[in-house]
Design a protein. Structure first.
Length: 114
């Protein structure tokens, strides 16, 4: 059974930085595509960034140049470094693991004040 646990969220001022972590249980992490998604109040969940098992990445246009996704297969952990944060980045950030089926974490709140 896969379990994903996010951490690193919090309250930060605009222009600040946060680093999110997602620790995964199970033995399939290194084979999986890992992603970060976010959901703002009243909006649908949307993809922020994704990294494949081979290390290829893609980003939503609204975070390009500001956010960086990375993974450490030895630690079964995926990271999201978020710089130059904006108030519109506020939301709950979810970790997603994809390998045949999807697994989701419970989410971590990110609040960016203006």
């Amino acid at each position: 059974q896969v379990r994903l646990v996010e951490s690193g969220g919090g309250l930060v001022q605009a222009g600040g930085s946060l680093r999110l972590s997602c620790a995964a249980s199970g033995s399939i992490f290194s084979l999986s595509t890992m992603g970060w998604h976010r959901q703002a109040p009243g909006k649908q969940r949307e993809l922020v960034a994704r990294i494949t098992s081979g290390g290829s990445t893609n980003y939503a246009d609204f975070v390009k140049g500001r956010f960086t996704i990375s993974r450490d297969n030895a630690k079964n952990t995926v990271y999201l470094q978020m710089n130059s944060l904006k108030p519109e980045d506020t939301g709950v950030y979810y970790c997603r693991q994809q390998l045949g089926r999807d697994y989701w974490g419970q989410g971590t709140q990110v609040t960016v004040s203006s």
